[in-house]
Design a protein around this ligand. Structure first.
Ligand code: NI
Length: 250
């Protein structure tokens, strides 16, 4: 059994959600955790969380939403966080990849959502792109833990996050031919890793270029198993335990 701790499931990318979930279950990927991170995707995710017992949801506004997210949106988010199948806040964070023009707004939005996570003692799912230093210094101001989504940083950065109580979300990037992530994965404890696809993005090798799906989680697990020289069953068991622990799934 595997858990995909981070995916985006939208009708825009998948015609038949029911079929997607069925395909996942066939290869042992269940439950999945959908990240709703825009107004529209949050509503869609909540719909699926309500409908399927093996779908959990995290909700939170992505840094790309920083300039349009209102106080009202945040009030709504606070209400959504009370739902039983909403198990965390995210993905939230900082993204300086396309520039820093709205940096201040991103930081404000990030901090408001970290405060909510702290208030309700929910794990956070962190998006950090080209913003490691700010992300770390802001996270240190709050009493929160959670997942560093799509981690692809250095070994030193991995250790820093682990020291802060975070766990690393490892996805398709680890299977990419020129990725150095495998080296980092081989050095960090498997107890600090959860599996994720971030589908429809970041499709693992050998399906790069196609739409990603949670059914490819075993490919990621296989690569991690080879990096760590353990069996795929062990990767499945330990990463599933890790996910259950961090998201309080039991
Ligand atoms: Ni994502």
């Amino acid at each position: 059994m595997f858990i995909d701790t981070h995916c985006h499931l939208s009708k825009d990318d998948y015609d038949d959600i029911e079929q997607v979930l069925e395909d996942n279950r066939k290869v042992g990927v269940s439950p999945i955790i959908i990240s709703g991170c825009t107004r529209e995707s949050i509503l869609e995710s909540l719909e699926y969380g309500k409908m399927y017992s093996d779908v959990f949801v995290t909700t939170g506004y992505h840094p790309s939403e920083a300039s349009i997210t209102t106080e009202e949106d945040l009030k709504l988010l606070e209400d959504q966080l009370q739902l039983k199948f909403v198990i965390g806040v995210g993905e939230i964070g900082l993204d300086y990849h396309y520039g820093k023009e709205d940096k201040e707004k991103q930081i404000i939005l990030f901090e408001k959502q970290l405060a909510l996570a702290e208030k309700y003692q929910l794990p956070v799912v962190i998006h950090s792109r080209d913003a490691t230093l700010d992300t770390i210094s802001i996270l240190k101001k709050y009493s929160v833990t959670g997942v560093i989504h799509c981690f692809s940083g250095s070994y030193e950065t991995a250790l820093e996050y682990i020291k802060m109580g975070f766990i690393l979300g490892i996805g398709g990037v680890v299977t990419f031919k020129n990725s150095k992530l495998g080296d980092v994965v081989s050095k960090i404890p498997i107890e600090k890793i959860v599996l994720e696809t971030d589908s429809p993005y970041l499709t693992p090798t050998p399906y790069r270029g196609e739409v990603n799906s949670s059914k490819y989680i075993p490919l990621i697990a296989e690569k991690i198993a080879s990096c760590k020289e353990i069996s795929i069953e062990e990767v499945a068991r330990i990463t599933t335990d890790n996910a259950k622990r961090i998201f309080h799934l039991d």
